[in-house]
Design a protein around this ligand. Structure first.
Ligand SMILES: [Zn+2]
Length: 131
């Protein structure tokens, strides 16, 4: 089955609301993994909005790509060109867009969406779900 695009913005907004109401502690929303923080510093693309948690700086977007032949933990493309190449490859991939704040380590999944595989192996079986 083909993976559907899923938007997590409502979940994200709910988490932010709960944080502002004091129902979720800062340590629970500002716990980006060091690996994710490094990716955010090195290859994060500006999202344009101030961080909803600390407001110190704008958050950035980091994309992880999962698919056959890629690391189990996903591949974090080091450039826009590499991301584009992965999205267009003949093997299907699943992309995860994650919002990260480089100041306070806030992070949340924004969306996941399938890419790649267009035309290649059309209708073929063996597309496995990942995560
Ligand atoms: Zn922040």
């Amino acid at each position: 089955m083909h993976e559907a695009r899923v938007d997590y913005r409502l979940v994200r907004d709910a988490v932010i609301r709960e944080f502002r109401r004091g129902r979720i502690g800062a340590e629970d929303v500002r716990d980006a993994h060091p690996e994710l923080m490094r990716a955010a510093r090195n290859v994060g693309r500006p999202l344009g909005d101030d961080c909803p948690i600390c407001g110190v700086e704008r958050t950035v977007l980091v994309t992880y790509v999962f698919g056959a032949g890629l690391p189990a933990g996903g591949r974090c493309p080091g450039s826009a060109a590499e991301l584009e190449r992965l999205r267009r490859r003949s093997d299907p991939v699943l992309c995860y867009d994650v919002e990260v704040c480089r100041s306070c380590a806030w992070h949340h999944l924004l969306r996941k969406y399938p890419a790649g595989g267009q035309g290649a192996r059309a209708g073929g079986a063996g597309r496995r779900e990942r995560r």
